[in-house]
Design a protein around this ligand. Structure first.
Ligand SMILES: NC(=O)c1ccc[n+]([C@@H]2O[C@H](COP(=O)([O-])OP(=O)(O)OC[C@H]3O[C@@H](n4cnc5c(N)ncnc54)[C@H](O)[C@@H]3O)[C@@H](O)[C@H]2O)c1
Ligand SMILES: O=CCCC(=O)O
Length: 523
């Protein structure tokens, strides 16, 4: 949110400074060419704590000219960074990883305060992010090429892999740490230089990372962070011919804009976009495990995770036959287990150790969730639990927070797939439960979405597991498992959920070009 030109530190800001072991990690400027710089105009951007609505910090608000400066810095040092040996880059990245690891407490505090997620979840994200940093620091030493068997005795073919150039990285607010490490670490390991635009809602974590990169001895200009106006910064990154790759995580809408814009300069793109994850509970599933898994997956980060369970399908629908009536209880038993688990979630501020469920990122997100829930109710859904904002009186410290209660919607028939909660990414703490009658129908309903990021199902039948995993049109499938994220496994989607993969042994591939060298032997 744009703030006033004059910034008077708030009580929340002073409290944050007190909380940090190293308050110099709290920055209010952008990091360009190894220096902390103010924007050329005086406009500021305020960062809020979504649990209280209080202003945590006010930052200089950059636009096009600062972005051009950052691109120029990244371009000017690209050749020297690329020319370092993998081992030299690895040593700097390793040092950065160590400094970040040593500052876990401060970084997770910043993450929780600016994005709202419970501290335990910030720690989980932190573990995921530093694993990526460590992995990529190691991989910097392994940017190998290839020798191809030749069809002609007089020549040899080799493949060398070279960094693509300057990378424009654009990241969202819901994972203010790990979405950065997933792009910046492999890009730097591959020998690229980076201009990063973090979300204007959660820039503090990103800026702390820049400070630690500087302390780690990252050469000036190799990593630049520009905070400010999304469109101006994005437009500069996209139109610049010096930027050779856009690495984006965010909404499908913005991803498509960036991809279309990148065509003019024929940039590489990697797009980690929205999801609409189905979760199928087959009749042979362990219901208690499935209900616990839906609770974990659907309400993680208050439902604001790209791989959150968005639609649950439970076998079977109402039937008059005795055998199916017995099976009908699978649905009812599952809903009972789920509702009981959801009732145990504790809504509150992320810094409170008892909290399992934090606020949404801002009030407009709560309004969008409310509209989707109302849409479902108007089409026949029943609220089994939640379905509203928590009722805090005006004197309550969280009364200005952007909270929505964890919600389960039931009573959904196949006829209700026109509901917004079926078609759209909810990005809030709401789980709609639908019924299905055959495996084919469940798979078909699961695939009835333009998205294709993550999908989950629970079954004990091996044949059904193989068949379903192969039939689901998603980039990642969890079978009797929802914790599918790992630094060792490729992460990414198909269809409108994007292209390219982050993490794993493939992490650096998107930041490298292949060059074929054909060597004539002269005979
Ligand atoms: N697939 C994944 O790995 C993954 C991971 C996390 C989040 N997401 C998706 O991200 C979305 C939530 O994040 P969000 O609300 O921050 O998304 P968003 O698309 O609104 O914003 C993402 C980033 O793009 C920037 N941006 C916005 N408009 C821009 C423009 N015109 N030009 C350049 N940059 C622009 C924002 O400032 C932010 O930094 C959800 O759809 C979620 O599923 C996907
Ligand atoms: O929202 C996207 C990131 C999810 C994850 O890392 O598990």
């Amino acid at each position: 949110m744009l703030g006033s030109k004059a910034w008077e530190p708030t009580a929340a800001h002073k409290e944050l400074v007190q909380r940090l072991k190293d308050p110099t990690l709290l920055k209010s400027q952008s990091f360009i060419g190894g220096s902390w710089v103010d924007a050329s105009d005086e406009e500021r951007i305020d960062v809020h704590d979504p649990a209280t609505g209080e202003t945590l910090a006010s930052l200089s608000h950059c636009k096009g000219s600062e972005t051009r400066a950052a691109i120029a810095e990244a371009s000017s040092v690209f050749k020297s960074w690329a020319a370092k040996t993998g081992k030299e880059r690895s040593q700097i990245l390793r040092k950065w990883f160590e400094l970040v690891r040593d500052n876990q407490e401060d970084i997770t505090t910043l993450m929780t305060l600016e994005c709202g997620k419970p501290l335990a979840q910030s720690k989980g994200e932190f573990e995921s992010g530093i694993s990526t940093m460590e992995w990529c620091a190691e991989e910097a030493k392994r940017v190998d090429g290839d020798v191809i068997c030749t069809p002609a005795a007089s020549k040899r073919f080799l493949v060398v892999r070279q960094p693509v150039g300057v990378v424009g990285a654009i990241t969202p607010w819901n994972f203010p740490f790990s979405m950065i490490t997933r792009k910046v670490s492999p890009a730097l390991a591959a020998g690229c230089t980076v201009v990063l635009k973090p979300s204007e809602l959660t820039p503090l974590t990103a800026l702390a990372l820049a400070e630690l990169a500087d302390r780690a001895g990252m050469p000036r200009g190799v990593l630049n962070i520009v905070v400010g106006d999304a469109k101006s910064i994005g437009d500069e990154l996209v139109k610049s011919d010096d930027v050779r790759k856009i690495a984006f995580t965010g909404s499908t809408r913005v991803g498509k804009l960036l991809m279309a814009g990148s065509a003019a300069t024929m940039k590489k793109v990697s797009m980690e976009l929205g999801g609409n994850a189905p979760f199928i509970v087959f009749q042979d599933a362990d219901l208690a495990q499935a209900a616990a898994a839906v609770t974990t997956s659907s309400y993680r980060n208050a439902g604001q995770t790209c791989i959150c369970t968005n639609r649950v399908f439970v076998h079977p629908p109402a039937s008059r036959t005795l055998s199916l009536m017995v099976q009908e209880s699978v649905h009812d038993d599952f809903v009972k287990e789920l509702v009981e688990a959801v009732q145990k979630l504790r809504v509150g501020a992320g810094m409170d150790a008892a909290t399992t469920h934090g606020p949404l990122i801002q009030h407009s997100a709560v309004e969008t969730v409310e509209a989707k829930v109302q849409d479902a109710i108007s089409k026949g859904a029943t609220v089994a639990v939640g379905g509203k904002r928590p009722e805090y009186d005006a004197s309550h410290p969280l009364s200005k927070g952007s909270f929505y209660e964890p919600t389960v919607l039931t009573g959904m028939l196949r006829a209700t797939i026109d509901m917004r909660c079926f078609r759209e990414e909810m990005f809030g703490p709401v789980t709609p439960v639908f019924k299905f009658s055959t495996d084919e129908e469940a798979i078909q309903m699961a695939n009835t979405t333009e998205y294709g990021l993550a999908a989950y199902f629970y079954t004990k039948d091996l044949a059904r597991a193989w068949k379903t995993a192969e039939a689901l049109e998603f980039g990642m499938v969890g079978v009797n498992e929802v914790a599918i994220t790992s630094d060792v496994a490729p992460f990414g989607g198909v269809k409108h959920s994007g292209q390219g993969r982050e993490e794993s042994k493939y992490a650096l591939d998107g930041f490298l070009d292949m060059k074929t060298v054909c060597m004539g032997l002269g005979y």
